[in-house]
Design a protein. Structure first.
Length: 279
């Protein structure tokens, strides 16, 4: 780890790269964890990988050795320039560096290829990134992400600790925490620990219109955490609380249940029961 830290410092000094807190730039300096990211991605020689936040390219290099194509999206101009120069000098033909904001990147530009995502995500865009790529028409087959520990635990939660984020991710995929990564494995050292999380995206057809209605119901259910589900649904759907309770009981639910107590399967059942009110 000390060797990788020294190399990281040297590159940053040479190219006048100053890690930005606002951009979430904390460089991973433990090679073993890079290897764990690669292993979790289950890569094959025909794979295309979309890498987000390639930083100094240590992970990019490992990915390029194993797959057909790597598209690495880097927001920072200096880092993108360094990466383009470095991979061009090594004549690494299967790596494309895109200097762009990942939230403006259209996955359909991957020419209809199946792809996987491997990313050391800036933590401040985690939720919006997941919503954007999981609901896209061109969804990845698999995501392996480095996320803030607290966020990853929320994603992989089960009742009675569910949240809108957990339901949103689990609606499209099966998340699994691979391992914890302590803050000391990064430079500069962040204030929080991280985890590697593996998100297996299910190959299902989705109706955009129905998905929007489903998540509208979920947001309604979570609209006031202190209230029982029946009251939130009644207020949001403009029906009587007694009617909402009657429908919940008829669907097999405790009338006092709260949104955080519901699994994804529960939400899907409730959506079926309340679908007629979603106009």
């Amino acid at each position: 780890m000390n060797d990788l830290l020294a190399k990281t410092r040297e590159i940053c000094q040479m190219f006048e790269i100053k890690p930005s807190h606002t951009k979430g730039q904390n460089f991973l300096i433990n090679e073993k964890i890079y290897d764990d990211l690669v292993k979790a991605a289950e890569l094959g020689p025909e794979d295309t990988v979309l890498e987000i936040g390639p930083g100094l390219g240590f992970l990019t290099t490992k990915l390029a050795e194993r797959v057909k194509r790597v598209v690495a999206v880097e927001l920072d101009d200096k880092l993108a320039s360094y990466l383009k120069t470095g991979f061009a000098a090594r004549d690494t033909a299967n790596v494309e560096i895109v200097n762009s904001d990942i939230l403006r990147f259209n996955p359909e530009t991957l020419a209809g290829e199946k792809y996987k995502i491997v990313a050391n995500l800036p933590y401040n865009i985690s939720s919006i990134f997941l919503r954007q790529f999981l609901s896209a028409n061109a969804r990845p087959e698999l995501m392996v992400l480095m996320l803030q520990k607290e966020v990853a635990e929320r994603i992989a939660a089960a009742p009675p600790d569910m949240s809108i984020l957990a339901v949103s991710v689990q609606y499209y995929s099966d998340p699994e925490i691979v391992r914890e990564v302590k803050a000391g494995n990064f430079w500069p050292e962040p204030k929080v620990d991280s985890v590697i999380i593996k998100i297996n995206v299910r190959a299902e057809n989705h109706s955009t219109a129905e998905d929007k209605l489903f998540f509208r119901l979920v947001r309604t259910g979570f609209s006031s955490k202190r209230k029982m589900l029946k009251n939130n649904l009644a207020a949001g759907l403009k029906i009587k609380a007694s009617e909402a309770e009657e429908i919940l009981v008829a669907s097999g639910f405790d009338p006092k249940i709260r949104a955080e107590d519901l699994s994804l399967a529960n939400w899907q059942k409730i959506f079926g029961s309340f679908r007629r009110f979603m106009v």
